[in-house]
Design a protein around this ligand. Structure first.
Ligand code: TYM
Length: 337
């Protein structure tokens, strides 16, 4: 049994504990983790150090609450602590330590090219060094665990690429220390768009600011119904993916992933039906998906000590792997006496 576990490929991924965790996070990432949970040796992190890069969001009490919320949501969505390690990034200091070591092999030009950095920093009056360095911390997260696969939404593609580049550069300079990871993306659903603005991706921060932008995993039935029924469509009646407008396509993709159907099945199902029918059916599918998650979430947060035990065990397992990697890295860099 143990041997089997050791042969499995290692998966690592994470969610930032800020804003409203939404159906895009679920479809693009968390549900993909759950689907593949038996295939891999899984490590899922709540990346609180990354959240500090957007200072407006971060009041200490808010961050503390969000970290617990995300951990409970992982479990409520079906991450099984018997099969997966769940832990909080800041509780394993090796993440920060490896970031520094990787900083020293990462050319500034690579970070200046990052599109998320460019768009986020453009909106800020003062840009923190942490925001600039965000991709290196993410590379440290992934490389600390000898990760094979990183299941994420497609907005993270550039971050996976730079992680590979940093690992390769390090290996070139210091010898073969890091495994080179690959991203793992859904074919359909890797980028869910805003319901009100289907030209931009659904985002946690917009979800917190605008009522009908996203569907939060903990939203009320009324809000979910409202967001879907008022989602932006068009004045046609086109439910074929190839010809559908971005808003309609987004609804079709959500329906497809959440029902586990193929594109052909979805097209056939909605052929000749109007958008009202698509929306009504999608409301039911989303509610059927989220009801058990919300119920389990409530049970978890009300069970005294449950979450803390899981996070504590997760921390210990993560720490064990991470500290072995750091020792290896330091040895190769000459940071041992
Ligand atoms: P974050 O917190 O923004 O998002 C969490 C996960 O959800 C995916 N996602 C989406 N998928 C489909 N449609 C969308 N509209 C959508 N919005 C978000 C993201 O791609 C992500 O998989 N940098 C990461 C967190 C991170 C990380 C890591 C991930 C830090 N270290 C190491 C993997 C491995 C982020 O900000 O995700």
């Amino acid at each position: 049994m143990k041997e089997n576990v050791e042969k499995k490929k290692r998966v690592f991924s994470g969610v930032q504990p800020t804003g409203q965790i939404h159906i895009g996070n679920y479809v693009g990432a968390i549900s993909l983790w759950v689907e593949n949970q038996d295939l891999y040796d899984n490590i899922f992190c709540i990346v609180d150090l990354h959240s500090l890069t957007i200072p407006e969001n971060i009041a200490p009490e808010y961050l503390r609450r969000k970290v617990r919320e995300v951990a409970a949501l992982y479990l409520a969505c079906g991450i099984d602590p018997e099969k997966s390690t769940i832990f909080v990034q800041s509780q394993v200091p090796e993440h920060a330590e490896l970031t520094w070591l990787l900083n020293c092999v990462t050319p500034i030009g690579w970070l200046e090219r990052m599109t998320q950095y460019k768009s986020k920093s453009a909106e800020m009056e003062t840009v923190g060094t942490g925001l600039f360095d965000y991709p290196v911390l993410m590379a440290a997260d992934i490389l600390l665990y000898d990760t094979d696969l990183v299941p994420v939404g497609d907005d993270q593609k550039q971050h996976i690429e730079i992680t590979r580049d940093i690992a390769q550069r390090f290996n070139h300079l210091y010898g073969e220390v890091f495994k080179i990871p690959d991203g793992l993306f859904r074919e359909s659903g890797a980028r869910i768009m805003g319901l009100d603005t289907p030209e931009v991706k659904m985002s946690k921060s917009l979800g917190e600011m605008k009522k009908r932008h996203s569907i939060g995993l903990l939203d009320s039935e009324e809000d979910i119904r409202d967001a879907i029924m008022r989602a932006t469509t068009d004045s046609n009646m086109e439910t074929r993916y190839e010809y559908a407008s971005p808003g309609v396509k987004n609804l079709l993709v959500l329906y497809e992933v959440l029902t586990g159907s193929s594109r052909e099945e979805v097209e056939e199902h909605f052929s000749g039906k109007n958008y009202g029918t698509l929306k009504k059916e999608l409301v039911e599918v989303v509610l059927d998906t989220l009801r058990p998650i919300q119920q389990k979430y409530n049970e978890i947060v009300n069970e005294e000590g449950y979450l803390d035990n899981i996070l504590n065990e997760g921390r210990m397992r993560a720490k064990e792997i991470a500290s072995a990697t750091i020792a290896r890295v330091k040895e190769h860099m000459g940071l041992t006496l």
